[in-house]
Design a protein around this ligand. Structure first.
Ligand code: GLC
Ligand code: CA
Length: 545
């Protein structure tokens, strides 16, 4: 049973591709668009409804493509515009939409707009960016810090002013107060829509309303004016999906973005469950285990917020985060498969659009790098410089980077046990995780009990069953330290989900409302959920009735 009136993306499972690390087609060690095309069958086999493709635009790659020098061209190492058109068409032929990454908080400093802006103070494009005179002491205009470490201001010698950048100095922030900037962005979006893209994931979009002079960066006063204008100029009347990356989103302001009548976005990525695992002062560079109840309360709160209005995104990982199984599961050989499957179940049966980050579908793990020169990520390298200068030992820094650094997600996709995991015939731009001989797509494909088989089953359920798609979410025992339990309900139908998210077995007193006689959603076997159930480590019980 599927409700025909709801948007298509509410029945879809999304998949994120980080192009540099997905599949290389020409042996230069860098993933590319022809490589992606050659792997589309993997995605249709998984049951993916749309792909969020991290940036493939022209870029000097200071931040692996999140620094764009031409929004209407493709980086040569990734391919050509023809390749991109072919990807869109080939994906469409498999009922897969391609969602591009809209990186418009900033451009590259090698974008033509920035070159023009640097020419002189009265260049017509000067105001495309944010410039300020030195402060009264001749130094920085103020003390706003960049997310990649160091001041958010860089001095431009020839014109005697500072420009503003919330990320690397090579990523100058666009000035959204300038209507010409906004018009350029909307025109570019429409240009891509006309080429057939299915939507946009919007990079740090909650930063575009910044007011640096007042110290406001995220969630600025004009943010929602801009998003509504953008909707009006680009999204209205198009059947597309949008998801805004919003680190500042809270349960209180979520519906401002994705409420039905707001005319802004389809959904946001919010990060409260991610930041629950970050240290208050040292951030993500130090270990802070997240207790399961904290995680569950956070997820449940978002389910509650979007129960009647709005829509949730569901994710454990992305290209900026550690691997799901290493962060939330148990990546030891004994528990890796079970924990990856159990995490998938727990997440994908909630209400919202689930996002699989490449490799998550086979339970890829964090990588352990022993030397700083194995890392490639600009953020990691910057913070290494900054924190070791402040006295931290490289060894301690590496421990944090191995836990939470962004390169964990960026080691190449593990396709097979062939050399370099089948990712490339050349030398990969970043080392392949040495565990590829055990963990790879080919071996998962061969097994019915694999992590991949579970992801596939979950995508099928969502596509075909309104209960999974729009059923009410009802959580139980949020304070239980090992069990995540909930029901989804639609009319007289219920699905009971009980997951042991721990490496110890547990005997669970099942609440009355979760006891059900029905069919196991994965095996089709008849199951009676009793008043007490003993679950092995990372075991789940999923019954519909
Ligand atoms: C987002 C991206 C991240 C990038 C940053 C700057 O957080 O996900 O990869 O570095 O924005 O564009
Ligand atoms: Ca290549």
């Amino acid at each position: 049973m599927t409700d025909q009136t709801a948007p298509w993306w509410t029945a879809a499972t999304a998949y994120q591709i980080y192009p540099r690390s997905f599949q290389d087609s020409n042996g230069d060690g860098i993933g590319d668009i022809p490589g992606i095309i050659s792997r589309l069958n993997h995605l249709s086999d998984l049951g993916v409804g749309f792909v969020w493709l991290s940036p493939v635009f022209a870029s000097p790659m200071a931040d692996n493509g999140y620094d764009i020098s031409d929004y209407r061209d493709i980086a040569p190492e990734f391919g050509t515009l023809d390749d991109m058109d072919r990807l869109i068409a080939e994906a469409k032929g498999r009922n897969i939409g391609i969602v591009m990454d809209l990186v418009v908080n900033h451009t590259s400093d090698e974008h033509a707009w920035f070159h023009a802006a640097c020419e002189s103070r009265d260049n017509p494009m000067r105001d495309f960016y944010i410039w300020r005179d030195p402060g009264p002491d001749g130094g920085l205009p103020n003390d706003i810090q960049s997310n990649f470490g160091g001041p958010a201001w860089t001095f431009h010698e020839p014109t005697g002013q500072y420009y503003f950048h919330l990320f690397d100095p090579k990523q100058p922030d666009l000035n959204w107060e300038n209507p010409r900037v906004r018009a350029e962005v909307y025109a570019m979006m429409n240009w891509w829509f006309d080429r057939g893209v299915a939507g946009f994931r919007m990079d740090v979009i909650d930063l575009i309303g910044k007011e640096p002079d007042r110290g406001i960066t995220a969630d600025g006063p004009k943010l929602h004016d801009y998003l509504q204008e953008m909707h009006q100029e680009t999204l209205a009347h198009r059947d597309v999906v949008t998801v805004g990356e919003c680190w500042s989103a809270t349960p209180e302001n979520a519906l401002l973005y994705c409420g039905r009548d707001r005319n802004e976005l389809s959904m946001v990525f919010q990060f409260s469950h991610v930041m629950a695992g970050w240290d208050e002062t040292l951030g993500k560079w130090t270990r802070k285990p997240v207790a399961l109840p904290v995680l569950k309360h956070s997820l449940a709160r978002w389910q509650e917020v979007c129960a009647e209005d709005g829509w949730n995104s569901l994710f454990w990982g992305n290209h900026d985060l550690p691997r799901a199984v290493s962060k939330y599961g148990d990546d030891s050989p004994e528990h890796r498969v079970d924990s990856a499957r159990c995490l998938a179940t727990a997440l994908h049966l909630m209400k919202g659009t689930p996002y699989i980050y490449q490799g998550e579908e086979i339970g890829m793990t964090n990588v352990v790098f022993e030397r700083i020169d194995q890392f490639r990520d600009v953020e990691t390298l910057n913070f290494h410089r900054i924190q070791t200068a402040q006295g931290l030992s490289t060894e301690d820094f590496l421990a944090g980077a191995n836990l939470n650094g962004r390169d964990n997600a960026r080691t190449p996709m593990q396709w097979s046990d062939a050399e370099h995991a089948g990712f490339t015939t050349g030398t990969p731009w970043i080392e392949v995780n040495p565990n590829y001989r055990q963990i790879n797509v080919a071996s998962d494909r061969a097994s019915q009990d694999s992590v991949m088989a579970r992801y596939k089953a979950l995508a099928t359920l969502r596509r075909n069953d309104d209960l999974i798609r729009i059923g009410d979410f009802v959580p139980f025992d949020l304070d239980h330290p090992q069990i995540m339990a909930y029901a989804r309900r639609l009319g007289s139908q219920q699905i009971t989900v009980i997951c042991n998210l721990s490496s110890q077995s547990v005997t669970y007193d099942v609440p009355q409302d979760l006891r059900l006689s029905g069919v196991c959603a994965f095996t089709g076997r008849i199951i009676d959920v009793a008043s007490q159930e003993t679950l092995a480590p990372w075991e789940d019980i999923v019954v519909t009735g």
